[in-house]
Write a protein that binds this ligand. Sequence first.
Ligand code: PEP
Ligand code: MG
Length: 315
Amino acid sequence: ERAQRAAVPIGPGALADGTHIPLLANLGSVDGVDAALAAGAEGVGLFRTEFLFLDAKSAPTVAQQYTHYSKLLRGFSGKKVVVRALDAGADKPLSFLNDAHEENPALGLRGLRALRASEHILRDQLTALSRAAQESDADLWVMAPMVSTVEETKYFVDIAHELGLATAGVMVEVPSSALLADRILAIAGFASIGTNDLTQYTLAADRMLGTVSSFQDPWHPAVLRLVGEVGSAGAALGKPVGICGEAAADPLLAVVLVGLGATSLSMSPAAIGDVRSELARFTRDQAVAFAQAALAADSPQSAREAVRALAEPGS
Ligand code: PEP
Ligand code: MG
């Protein structure tokens, strides 16, 4: 008779000194829920709702949206779920939200800007989320994409509160928001840093364009400096600062991001295991030292080398 090997429970993300750093999943559909839980995701840090409606010819109704959101929240019962309002943009066009031709779509009417131009779509989405949350014991947080001003933050947070969503925050993925993080976090319940767009906009290099792809490196000290601004503002105000861009899936960079003040990390479920192992190797003091070394570098390459030398001395 073969002994059954007991499934080893996957523990929460933590540094070597025990500091809890929740490891969350980035999802674009409800189908990914089981895989995320199997990978040990402690919740969802970014649910990209626009992927649900890429083929829709008209705006989804409250009822249609409610069905998706209830399923998602049921899957993460008792856990935190951060849902992002529709992020239509050049890379993810939604015909019912942004079909106008623009010369520079990355700099155009996208993210919250597009929602604001069609406020009924934003209100329908938040209404559907609010209803789904009322019938679930998941901890639903909502956030706005592509926020670039304090005023936009207040606009979004006010509507979310009006519709019964208590925890409303913003994505920090435009340099202006990182630079004003103290004022934005005075209003928003939390920030989630989108390092993909933050890198694109900081380096002024289109993330979709192969000829400038070498600039799309979140180890760039300029990007890390902005992350540090947000981390410091969050710490000063006692507000959570998550990371939901690809940078969080790079195990060593994840440690640096924690050293810069990130309080949770969200990534594709496949990356969670390696990030968990790397975080467990270092204390918070080490993470802070890694962050300082990366910030002191002149380039992404030298930042990486400096942190590697600290992480693997003698190698
Ligand atoms: C980001 O910009 O880092 C992000 C998480 O959002 P998206 O990749 O969907 O633009
Ligand atoms: Mg983005």
